[in-house]
Design a protein around this ligand. Structure first.
Ligand code: ADP
Length: 380
């Protein structure tokens, strides 16, 4: 008769019980150790059946949730939970979380088996999403919300820019065409008339040049094609260079240009970009300052920063314009700006250049004049 091997399990159970009662450590055969591990893993999974799904949803870059057969959210990732007014989406319906009828309809259809993509606006968080709603095998539905708020905003800004730029370009182009037609129709034969129309062509061509130059500058700064080389920039020599550039224009209107920048003060900046910023600001200041008054560049330091200011004695800017003054093509007085050769892009360029140098820009204005300031990191 074959010798039966004794079953080790009852002994192991007995030894483990004794160990748990305070006895010596039980010896467990390797196969039983493996078995114990597997049983433990199975129990863990039974305790939290959503864990693998939770892990998957957490790894997604979008707000994501799993909706059960009765339309309630069973599992959601943190981005989705954050959309709920209470901060907790699990247990609610997608409608309760997002207040979006379109998403609710999409989920209902998906529960019936048809997936689709819908646009969802969530007023509570002021964001727009492209939602993918997909039926899954077990009758559940996966909801993915891709945030398109910034993309929509950028597209709207691009549309606005194209519309505004076309509008700005149309006037000089129309004026040049009209002048050319008049010349061809006979004005060429009359020297005085011919001169008048050629001057008109020259004036509007110059305007076109300025507009296209400013538009190109803006797009180069925004697209990063104007790479900033940040380094130590001495402010007093820079301010003097800028004031020299505008000295002729100021002198023709007896405007006193003052440099009130201490020697040795330096900022972390790109020299070309900072020069452009100051040229635009001083040019504006001179344009708006009455004949015989003064414009100054000042600098103050403190808190590891320097604040450069361009101060004028102009009429100031009414309060309600200030929040929009740095927008492209925003003008306080459109007729006057165009007459003075303004493109409406000067301050937009200034703002972008300052931000590209990690600086801040602002304006204070009252009846005694305006102060445009630029805050930059101080260089030691
Ligand atoms: P523009 O080319 O028309 O001057 P900007 O972007 O430089 O465009 O300026 C935007 C608007 O802000 C303009 O309408 C201009 O009148 C106003 N502005 C700019 N600087 C000053 C200033 N120093 N004083 C008064 N108004 C100003």
């Amino acid at each position: 008769m074959a010798l039966l091997r004794r079953d080790p399990i009852p002994d192991v159970i007995r030894a483990l019980r004794a160990e748990l009662d305070g006895g010596p450590r039980a010896l467990i055969p390797p196969e039983l150790e493996v078995l114990g591990g597997l049983v433990h893993a199975r129990e863990e999974r039974a305790r939290s059946p959503d864990e693998p799904v939770r892990e998957l949803l957490a790894a997604l870059p979008d707000a994501a949730a799993l909706v059960d057969q009765v339309g309630k959210i069973r599992v959601a990732n943190a981005l989705f939970e954050a959309l709920a007014p209470s901060g907790r989406a699990t247990g609610l319906t997608p409608l309760e979380v997002t207040r979006s009828g379109e998403l609710d309809e999409g989920v209902r259809r998906a529960l019936e088996g048809t997936g689709r993509a819908v646009d969802v606006e969530i007023p509570g968080v002021r964001r727009a999403f492209r939602a993918q709603v997909a039926p899954l095998l077990r009758g559940e539905v996966l909801v993915l919300l891709h945030d398109v708020t910034e993309a929509r905003r950028a597209a709207a800004a691009r549309r606005d820019l194209v519309a505004n730029a076309s509008h700005e370009l149309r006037t000089p182009v129309a004026a040049i065409s009209a002048a050319a037609e008049t010349l061809l129709a006979g004005a060429l034969e009359d020297p005085a008339e011919a001169r008048r129309f050629v001057e008109m062509v020259a004036r509007h061509a110059e305007r076109l040049t300025r507009l296209t130059r400013d538009l190109l500058d803006l797009s180069r700064i925004e697209s990063g094609a104007w790479p900033m080389q940040l380094g130590r920039v001495e402010l007093a020599p820079l301010a003097r260079t800028v004031l020299e550039l505008l000295a002729g224009k100021a002198a023709s209107r007896r405007i006193d240009l003052r440099c009130e920048v201490s020697e040795g003060l330096a900022a972390v900046a790109d020299p070309r970009a900072l020069e452009q910023v100051l040229v635009n600001l001083v040019d504006n200041a001179v344009k708006h300052t009455p004949d015989g008054r003064a414009v100054a560049i000042r600098a103050e330091e403190g808190d590891g920063r320097v604040v450069l200011s361009v101060v004028d004695e102009g009429p100031g800017i009414e309060r309600h314009h200030l929040p929009r003054i740095f927008e492209r093509f925003y003008r306080v007085d459109p007729g006057r700006s165009r007459d003075q050769g303004g493109t409406g892009l000067g301050l937009a360029i200034v703002k972008h250049l300052v931000q590209a140098q990690h600086g801040e820009i602002g304006v204070e204005s009252g009846s005694g004049g305006s102060r445009f300031w630029v805050r930059l990191k101080r260089a030691t």
